[in-house]
Write a protein that binds this ligand. Structure first.
Ligand SMILES: C=CC1=C(C)c2cc3[nH]c(cc4nc(cc5[nH]c(cc1n2)c(C)c5CCC(=O)O)C(CCC(=O)O)=C4C)c(C)c3C=C
Ligand SMILES: [Fe+2]
Ligand SMILES: [Fe+2]
Length: 363
């Protein structure tokens, strides 16, 4: 069958509005086998690695998937929690909180977490929302800054699902929110809260996930959006230019990536007179391998070994009240015009009355 069967429909069923809170995905265990599955899917996405397919297939299967899974599994094991991978734990919790906060503000919507790679897949979240009767769905990626590798790839997954569905719901895709005042203020509040306990820092490093530099020249707005987020955050914190740095982490492969790189920057700071550094990762809304292992563990070690004395990692927004409130504000603006404030019973009553009338007229 070309199009999958529609979920059962009962006349009078209240239409629902759904939100998909979409993140990258993470392995389901910190083991080489799970990493091979995860990296195999992730790194086969042409949005992530933009080199000719055949050449990449040979490198990926011949080298990378033989070597990297064991190394990455050991890194994941160092941050794994009793409830699973931090990225999965936070993303699930954030979806629940988002639905709860939206409900408290009178918006009756179902929010489901989804992962671009692994489970729960974007298609399964969209199927689940359709099964609940959702005829309007907002897709909110967990990426404030747009990039082809992340945001566009999420939209690709939505579009593949659309091509298999008979009754396609109304869809809205949120492309970016890198300069949204509520998101900037949530980040600023998290830094201020940290400084209230630890005292202010003379150097704040804002570390974003890297991308191949070529994507910048090809017109990907990611680099520009990271810099705008950083500038707005610095302004909110009243930092002068010499009190913060914008860096890029998680380099992959041999191509040139965006500069400056986080680790060399951290290593250079002590010689420039900085005994203390505070690091925040504003592009990640949830702590994950890249923030916990690469920054909080490896970054700290690099800074201390280079002569630094105090390394402070400022966690991602995670389940932070201001962070979730910012996401609620972003979602609410994007849901504008959709009847989210209609009480389900009310909607149910109106829908069944209207349908009964339609059916009567049709007979
Ligand atoms: C060519 C490779 C990669 C590109 C391009 C890339 C872009 C990119 N990634 C994120 C966010 C995350 N990446 C994470 C892990 C991760 N990223 C890559 C490679 C590329 N990322 C790899 C191989 C991995 C897996 C870990 C490893 O083996 O090193 C994660 C963490 C996932 C987790 O499970 O915790 C996130 C989040 C962004 C935002 C981005 C482009 C802007
Ligand atoms: Fe990545
Ligand atoms: Fe990494």
């Amino acid at each position: 069958m070309r199009f999958q069967p529609e979920p059962p429909f009962t006349h009078g069923q209240a239409p629902r509005i759904g939100v998909v809170w979409a993140n990258l995905g993470t392995p389901d265990a910190p083991t080489p086998a799970a990493l091979r599955r995860y990296l195999g899917e992730f790194l086969s996405d042409p949005r992530v690695v933009e080199i000719p397919a055949l050449v990449w297939k040979v490198i990926l299967h011949g080298i990378i998937l033989r070597v990297r899974p064991a190394k990455s599994a050991a890194k994941y094991a160092s941050v794994w929690t009793p409830d699973g991978s931090p990225l999965a734990v936070w993303t699930t919790r954030q979806a629940k909180l988002l639905q709860g906060y939206l409900g408290e503000r009178g918006h009756s919507v179902t929010v489901l977490p989804a992962m671009r790679y692994g489970q729960p897949s974007i298609a399964s979240a969209l199927d689940a929302l359709r099964a609940q009767g959702a005829d309007k769905i907002l897709v909110l990626p967990a990426y404030p800054q747009y990039s082809g590798a992340t945001t566009a790839s999420t939209f690709d997954a939505v579009s593949s699902w659309v091509q298999k569905v008979r009754r396609v719901p109304a869809l809205r895709l949120v492309a970016e929110y890198h300069d949204h005042p509520a998101y900037i203020e949530a980040l600023a509040a998290s830094v201020r809260a940290h400084w209230k306990v630890e005292g202010p820092s003379r150097m704040l490093v804002m570390s974003f996930h890297g991308m191949p530099e070529r994507t910048l020249h090809l017109g990907d707005p990611y680099h520009c959006q990271c810099h705008k987020t950083a500038r707005l955050l610095a302004e909110a914190l009243e930092l002068s230019k010499d009190q913060y740095r914008v860096t890029f982490q998680s380099r992959f492969g041999k191509a040139k990536w965006l500069e400056p790189s986080t680790e060399p920057t951290l290593k250079a700071l002590p010689a420039q007179g900085h005994e203390r550094v505070d690091v925040i990762c504003p592009g990640f809304v949830a702590d994950c391998l890249e923030t916990l292992e690469e920054i909080q563990m490896e970054g700290k070690e690099a800074f201390l070994q280079a002569g630094g004395k105090q390394f402070h990692y400022i966690p991602c927004l995670n389940a932070d009240h201001a962070g979730i409130s910012a996401l609620v504000q972003i979602a609410t603006e994007q849901l504008a015009g959709w009847p989210t404030t209609q009480a389900p019973n009310d909607a149910d009553g109106k829908a069944s009355a209207a349908r009964a009338r339609d059916m009567g007229a049709a007979r």
